[in-house]
Ligand binder design. Structure first.
Ligand SMILES: *[C@@H]1O[C@H](CO)[C@@H](O)[C@H](O)[C@H]1NC(C)=O
Ligand SMILES: *[C@@H]1O[C@H](CO)[C@@H](O)[C@H](O)[C@H]1NC(C)=O
Ligand SMILES: *[C@@H]1O[C@H](CO)[C@@H](O)[C@H](O)[C@H]1NC(C)=O
Ligand SMILES: *[C@@H]1O[C@H](CO)[C@@H](O)[C@H](O)[C@H]1NC(C)=O
Ligand SMILES: *[C@@H]1O[C@H](CO)[C@@H](O)[C@H](O)[C@H]1NC(C)=O
Length: 780
């Protein structure tokens, strides 16, 4: 695992002279077309990266080394040392370096230094010999010149029979060019050639230093962050697709990991099936489910490489993992017992009022824009339910037929009357799942499409007892590109939408329809993050193009989108119309966050930003696979914050009260505004922030201001039973979040008959079975 450090700013993004064509194949090192299971060799040179062989004159060896020749080595040679003090140093220019070599029973311990500082002590012992292994990696150093030094310590673990180490190859990630070279080019592009992307409104007049936000780059996700969910006070779960990530598990790249929010340490998680592109939710008992995916990666990266299994019907179980020590946290899969009835790729997963998971839509297999053949216009539940006679089988949803083609990853939220809001493409509805009835809402104005691949984002605005939990939906960004067009008629330069639309879901609100506002910058693939203050942070995304990779004209690398939007904007839903957006005090990033980017609020109250990977496999060509993490710190982090000192119960039943011991900031005046935010931080993927929710709680403060009595929401319609975080917000400054489980903590209801019927009537991994036969798409 690499060392973590701050990246020096380089301004905006390089306009590389050559636009590289889309990567058409994987770069696994098994025979093309092979499906035979053989050992994976992690050695991989992403497009745009450079490999230096052990015999390169740029590697300077000191001490005792010998050269070893074998077909198992990269370029058939490696340098080997057995003695203490033998070292190699290598100076490179870029952001990342990886050391490939061998593990085995006679291997010792090496120390790795980066720029003179000890980065890691690595033990190369393994009871089986394996070559072309990634022994060390660091992918998040500031762009520039760095020196890697590897030294044989002459030490070994007790099991090892020797102190051997070798250097087979070093792979350098060049990273983006330095800032100076960029600014001019980029300005030229964004301002003269592209007048349709207005620069941020100049808000400098409003700027108060106290309002300044911070942006820190620290940590690396190890697996690309396609999906992100906070699982505890200390950890996030990151889920990717099967690809050549640097983080390794069981001798092959990992595609899931736990990320320590405090130390930035990673724990790779083995995962059976391909989770590209799954959705997820917590259930009422605190267990997380990760649902859907894609078949086994084909051809060069077939089972022979990674050992993944078909994920299209997968329901992956991640039991509660609340301690800071995550050694015993694993993902469990067993498709013969736990699975969906039908294959789903790009489904949305939502926790509903009884604490179970509603699984919405998706395609029957991976592709791009949905169509009649691939569409899975149904809903199913985990655990399975008997709805309108479905007896555990999928329930047909006309809305998902009518909203073709751009309707994957529907935007959905549980509403405070137990029904579900759903938006797909240009349409929206309220779905009563108990009776299987749809109530269509007015069409989203101005032809704006909001779901994949015309990706916008959506939130349920904060609910509060003061306004009787009146639900209001906010949708932002997306695109007006005609979704009947083939890829070759769509360009990465087609402008995104700057529109935000709001609708109050009462009869009067629906009659009044959508209220439209404009963001200061257009965005496709934005992320919208609710803050405990009730504000909405909008971050990430592109000013032009469309989601996905490898489909349109003018691709940048393989990206279907371009013109990354690098400055976040804050939206105050209660501000005066026309003055709700502000980027005052907002830092700009230098890391493009396009397709497959994520952002979430953390328990600490800052925003974790990760991802971007508009590529089939890990790539270092613009726009490459991004592992660097950024932490956006709202200005409130610098102020004296209220503290929750104790009294947060593990479990809080609906309507039940709890007494929190708190400390208000010393400056708190009489009559200060105190709010208590109960938040679900959501399951984030593809700009869908499923389950993201903020419910303000009724509360009262003791006369000495040391005790705060809070009352849980009245029922599971207001807050579907499951985990949440409590933030106490005083005059706009939140405490850190305290985790608890809302409801009775019980598992969601199980309809045994529906469950058994579903298992009987449907088969496991249907796509893999039907693959190759004609009519494979009629698997529903
Ligand atoms: C190698 O180690 C693994 C786990 O550390 C163990 O399960 C396995 O039995 C060992 N194999 C041999 C040949 O010792
Ligand atoms: C990154 O995080 C680590 C661990 O919390 C910390 O020690 C280090 O100072 C941080 N670096 C920066 C640049 O914030
Ligand atoms: C998977 O489920 C089947 C059917 O219930 C069971 O026989 C098998 O032992 C399970 N496998 C694992 C690894 O849990
Ligand atoms: C539907 O989508 C799939 C997956 O992208 C594609 O292979 C197929 O050709 C499409 N079918 C039609 C009729 O467009
Ligand atoms: C929660 O419920 C799900 C669905 O029944 C089950 O798979 C899981 O094991 C349960 N978790 C706990 C902690 O009881």
């Amino acid at each position: 695992m690499g060392v973590r450090s701050l990246l020096l700013p380089w301004t905006l993004v390089a306009l590389l002279a050559t636009v590289c064509s889309a990567e058409s194949a994987w770069h696994g090192h098994t025979t093309a077309g092979s499906t035979k299971v053989s050992r994976f060799t992690p050695y991989y040179v992403p497009p745009g990266a450079k490999s230096y062989d052990s015999s390169s004159p740029l590697l300077h060896y000191t001490g005792d080394w010998s050269e070893s020749f074998s077909s198992k080595y990269v370029q058939k040679s490696a340098r080997v040392s057995k003695t203490s003090g033998a070292g190699v140093s290598f100076t490179y220019t870029g952001t990342g370096v990886e050391w490939f070599g061998s593990l085995g029973p006679k291997r010792g311990i090496a120390q790795v230094y980066l720029d003179g500082k000890l980065a890691e002590r690595v033990d190369m012992f393994n009871n089986v010999s394996m070559s072309q292994q990634r022994i060390f990696w660091s992918l998040d150093l500031p762009q520039g010149k760095h020196t890697l030094k590897i030294v044989n310590t002459g030490e070994k673990s007790s099991e090892s029979k020797g102190t051997v180490m070798d250097v087979d190859a070093l792979v350098v990630t060049q990273g983006p060019p330095p800032p100076e070279a960029l600014t001019q080019q980029n300005m030229a592009v964004s301002y003269s050639e592209m007048p349709s992307y207005p620069p941020l409104l100049d808000m400098s007049s409003k700027f108060i230093p106290e309002d300044e936000w911070t942006l820190i780059q620290n940590g690396s996700t190890g697996v690309h962050a396609m999906q992100l969910v906070i699982i505890s006070d200390t950890h996030a779960l990151i889920v990717d697709k099967v690809e050549h990530n640097p983080l390794t598990v069981s001798g092959h790249p990992a595609w899931a990991a736990l990320y320590n929010l405090r130390t930035h340490a990673l724990k790779p998680l083995p995962m059976q099936s391909n989770s590209f592109c799954a959705g997820g939710t917590f259930l009422s008992n605190g267990t997380l489910v990760n649902v859907g995916g894609n078949p086994v990666v084909e051809d060069h990266t077939a089972a022979a490489d990674f050992g993944d299994v078909d994920g299209l019907q997968a329901i992956r179980i991640f039991e509660p993992c609340e301690a800071a020590n995550v050694d015993d946290c694993w993902i469990y899969e067993n498709h013969s017992r736990i699975r969906m009835a039908s294959p789903r790729w790009y489904n949305t997963v939502l926790r509903i009022s009884d604490g179970s998971a509603m699984i919405i839509g998706g395609s029957l297999k991976g592709g791009w824009i949905n169509n009649q053949t691939t569409n899975n216009p149904t809903i199913e539940y985990f655990p399975p339910k008997n709805i309108a006679g479905s007896d555990g089988l999928p329930v047909h949803l006309p809305f998902l037929v009518d909203t073709l083609f751009s309707n994957l990853f529907p935007i959905a939220f549980s509403l405070p009357d137990g029904t579900v809001f759903m938006a797909a493409n240009r349409d929206a509805m309220i779905y009563d799942w108990k009776t299987n009835t749809e109530r269509r809402l007015p069409r989203i104005p101005n032809g704006v499409r909001v779901t994949y691949p015309m990706t916008g984002t959506g939130l349920l605005l904060p609910l509060s007892p003061e306004n009787d939990y009146t639900p209001e939906i906010l949708l932002c960004g997306g695109s007006t590109i005609d979704d009947t067009k083939p890829g070759y008629e769509i360009s990465s330069q087609d402008p995104a939408s700057s529109q935000c639309s709001r609708i109050v879901l009462t009869d009067a609100g629906i009659a009044a329809g959508w209220q439209v506002e404009q963001m200061p910058q257009a965005r496709t693939m934005p992320d919208a993050v609710l803050l405990p203050t009730g504000d909405v942070l909008i971050v990430n995304g592109a000013g032009s193009g469309i989601s996905g990779y490898g489909n349109v004209v003018d691709q940048v690398g393989a990206s279907n989108a371009d013109n990354p939007v690098l400055t976040p904007v804050l939206y105050d839903p209660n501000g005066p119309v026309g003055q709700r957006f502000s980027s005052a005090g907002m830092p700009s990033s230098d890391i493009p966050r396009l397709y497959h980017s994520v952002a979430t609020l953390t328990p600490n109250g800052d925003i974790m930003i990760a991802g971007s990977n508009p590529n089939l496999d890990r790539s270092e060509v613009k726009y490459g696979t991004e592992y660097r993490v950024e932490w956006l710190g709202p200005s409130y982090l610098k102020k004296e914050r209220p503290q929750i000192l104790g009294g947060v119960p593990k479990l809080l039943g609906f309507g039940k009260a709890a007494q929190l011991k708190i400390r208000l900031p010393s400056t708190t005046a009489q009559g200060a505004s105190i709010k208590v935010a109960l938040m679900d931080l959501g399951y984030v993927t593809h700009a869908v922030h499923a389950n993201s929710r903020l419910v303000y709680l009724e509360h009262s403060l003791s006369s000495d201001s040391s005790m705060l009595t809070i009352t849980a929401p009245p029922n599971g319609n207001i807050y579907p039973p499951g985990p949440g975080f409590i933030y106490v917000v005083v005059d706009g400054v939140p405490s850190t979040g305290a985790r608890l489980l809302i409801g009775d903590g019980q598992s969601p209801p199980v309809d045994q008959q529906a469950l058994e019927n579903m298992l009987e009537q449907t088969s496991v991994d249907q796509y893999e079975k039907s693959k190759g036969k004609s009519g494979e798409d009629d698997s529903e």
